[in-house]
Design a protein around this ligand. Structure first.
Ligand SMILES: C[S@@+](CC[C@H](N)C(=O)[O-])C[C@H]1O[C@@H](n2cnc3c(N)ncnc32)[C@H](O)[C@@H]1O
Length: 270
């Protein structure tokens, strides 16, 4: 386990359930939120299909799938015990939850019809090994659908955020944390990663609009990996700096126009 994976495990042990509040309300007209768009990729699956949510967190997606596919055999894997406890409460016995690393799954080969993953795949260290495992557990022709991060805070706001965060990281002398493999940061890189084990690759860029007030923005940033690594005093300083740097972007109602850039990936196991 490398430093990035240790950080992720520690973060999710301390703070389960931070992802759904940030993403469940961000919608595209006619498509719903990113969880809905991921779930929609299963529409053609047979009713009793075996579906694995990899990096399932607190079970938000699994709960949706349980409603939409009442006969599906649902499984969730996550390396965080507290995320899985939250998922257990949500699912109340619907689905099997496994505490394990995606790099080394206990599931039998060719035992799963579809693997879904929402904002988790790009965070997984040794991504080659993870994709090999996904391929191993999928039946031939089985489906992989993943929503991964593409761009954090779209537009000018994102540029100001980066500048201000970099200065804050320097103040706290934060070491570089390689959370995302460089190949998992572009469609080209994903093609390279996936082409060994998957076919029928399909990519769709999703820009989910978000217009928070500054306070809403800051509250949401408080649940991110970046802010979690800063000391409280440095966070307060960064808040003031970000406020000053972005004040000119506020509309007359006090909101800021930004969004989240995501990538929806679909593929089939060779
Ligand atoms: C950003 S959260 C997303 C949670 C959930 N999919 C959602 O969108 O609500 C990422 C999740 O991936 C899990 N995770 C990261 N790397 C993992 C790995 N190598 N094996 C298993 N789970 C992992 C974390 O514990 C965390 O719960």
């Amino acid at each position: 386990m490398n430093s990035a994976e240790r950080f992720l495990q520690d973060f999710h042990q301390r703070r389960p359930g931070t992802t759904p509040p940030a993403f469940a309300e961000l919608r595209l007209a006619g498509r719903g939120c990113s969880y809905d768009m991921l779930a929609a990729t299963l529409d053609a699956l047979r009713p009793d299909a075996r579906v694995l949510d990899l990096g399932c967190g607190d079970g938000f997606l699994l709960e949706r799938l349980a409603r939409q596919h009442p006969r599906a055999q649902l499984l969730g894997v996550d390396m965080s015990a507290t995320e899985l406890q939250a998922a257990q409460r949500r699912l109340a016995g619907r689905g099997l939850l496994l505490e394990e690393r995606a790099q080394s799954l206990s599931l039998a080969s060719a035992s799963i019809d579809a693997v879904l993953s929402h904002l988790a795949l790009m965070l997984m260290s040794d991504i080659d090994q993870v994709l090999q495992e996904i391929h191993r557990v999928l039946v031939p022709g089985g489906r992989l659908s993943a929503v991964v991060g593409r761009e954090f805070l779209l537009g000018e706001l994102g540029q100001h955020y980066l500048q201000v965060f970099r200065a804050a990281a320097r103040r706290d002398q934060l070491a570089h944390l390689p959370l995302v493999d460089p190949r998992a940061q572009s469609e080209r890189g994903w093609r390279e990663l996936l082409s060994q084990h998957f076919t029928g690759l399909h990519f769709e860029e999703l820009d989910l609009p978000w217009t928070p007030t500054f306070e809403e923005l800051w509250n949401s940033l408080g649940d991110t990996y970046d802010l979690d690594r800063l000391t409280p005093a440095n966070q307060r300083l960064m808040k003031n700096e970000l406020h000053d740097a972005t004040e000119h972007l506020q509309a007359s109602d006090g909101t800021l126009s930004t969004g989240w850039g995501l990538l929806l990936i679909q593929a089939r196991a060779v």
